[in-house]
Design a protein around this ligand. Structure first.
Ligand code: GDP
Length: 365
């Protein structure tokens, strides 16, 4: 029997029949690669690596849930990777139910994006509170950057400590940096580079990948779950950089009077409706263009200039408004794009393209 061939990018079984399904590789290309003893990538991962093309993922939500249920039936350590820059957009619905009684380690990734002045302790406490709100009781929360070698080495030690000889399942929604982290772990463990596909395109890790830890157990990387409220799912490939900042974000404070509006590109809008004059702080990618204007006339401005003065924008998308009453230091979060910190009592409104989540939470900073 022929050995099962797998894509070294996404882990899918290589097949030559269905070009819309996982692991497709034209038979000619497969033959050539085998003859030349080249690394096997499915067509999708190959394109992603070489041309940064985007292709839709073929796994359904239902498949993802089945996968998590399977994990729940085993005795394993579950590692949930979340993005500190997009905590709300990182949550897997019902994770606590689906992973059964397994121990949970939460890894909050991308700490390099948040201001260095923010202490890890403070972040951890905040994360603990937020996790508890969604029913999660992790054994520990580690704040890391997948791009920092020391963080990765430390994390491997923590995983070793909690796994107690068991398998480790790494779960997370797409775009939190799970593949980057797994790659960094493999690199540390074996010295090989970038064997798993990483990219800014959400939904690029398919099927499961196993990294052996010893003769019997392994770290198992599972496909990313799509959290549809994330801004990333609505953006054109060239605009994804705004939801995956590469550098530490520099917060910017705007002194606003009531009746003023801020546009973050054309993707998010923040209205200050009622309250004393105060300083609102935006935590967004440094390159996002912020435009301040009068609340009165903001809608007309958007209709006229979305995609030009107010760019990037989802031209044609309906902008949806949500109003918030704030009593104390609060973040108004535009899922994946960033947030505005409101320091004190105010009534504000947040606008995003329809489908993107907006939430209010206790201020992180
Ligand atoms: P996955 O969908 O969860 O597997 O996410 P990827 O590993 O493909 O990463 C999504 C995006 O986040 C990519 O643009 C990565 O370069 C970026 N990323 C991943 N980890 C980090 C990190 O620790 N810091 C920063 N700044 N970016 C990261």
């Amino acid at each position: 029997m022929m050995e099962e061939l797998r894509c070294i990018g996404c882990g899918a079984v290589i097949q030559t029949e269905d070009k819309d399904a996982l692991g497709y590789l034209p038979s000619g290309a497969l033959k050539k690669k085998i003859e030349n003893d080249e690394d096997l990538y499915c067509q999708r991962c190959f394109r992603l690596r070489h041309y940064n093309e985007i292709a839709p993922t073929a796994l359904t939500d239902e498949d993802f849930l089945k996968l998590l249920e399977k994990i729940g039936k085993q005795n394993a350590l579950v590692v949930n990777v979340v993005d500190i820059f997009d905590f709300n957009g990182s949550l897997i619905p019902n994770l606590h139910k689906l992973t059964g009684n397994n121990d949970l380690l939460m890894v909050a990734n991308k700490r390099d994006i948040l201001p260095k002045s923010l202490k890890v302790n403070k972040m951890t406490n905040w994360l603990k509170e937020q996790a508890a709100k969604s029913g999660l009781k992790p054994k520990e929360i580690r704040v890391v950057s997948a791009k920092n070698r020391d963080d990765v080495i430390d994390l491997m030690g923590t995983i070793e400590h909690y796994r107690k000889g068991r398998n480790v399942y790494v779960v997370g929604v797409t775009n939190v940096g799970k593949s980057t982290l797994i790659n960094a772990i493999i690199k540390q463990a074996s010295g090989s580079q970038d064997v798993i596909t990483t990219s800014r395109f959400p939904g690029t890790t398919l099927d499961m990948i196993e990294i052996p830890l010893d003769a019997k157990t392994a770290i198992i990387d599972t496909p990313g779950i799509i959290h549809r409220g994330q801004m990333a799912h609505y953006l054109a490939p060239e605009d994804l950089k705004y939801v995956s900042p590469r550098k530490e974000i520099k917060p910017k404070t705007y002194q606003l009077n009531k009746g003023q509006t801020l546009f973050f590109g054309g993707l998010a809008r923040f209205d200050f409706i009622e309250g004393e004059k105060q300083g609102f702080t935006g935590y967004f990618d440094n390159e996002i263009n912020v435009h301040r204007t009068k609340l009165e006339g903001a809608t007309e401005l958007y209709e006229k200039h979305a995609g030009e003065l107010l760019a990037p924008a989802l031209v044609g998308a309906k902008m949806v408004r949500k109003e918030f009453k704030v009593a104390e230091k609060t973040d108004i979060v535009f899922s994946g794009l960033g947030w505005v910190r409101v320091p004190e009592r105010a009534i504000v409104a947040a606008w995003v393209p329809e489908g993107v989540d907006v939430v209010k939470r206790k201020a992180l900073i």
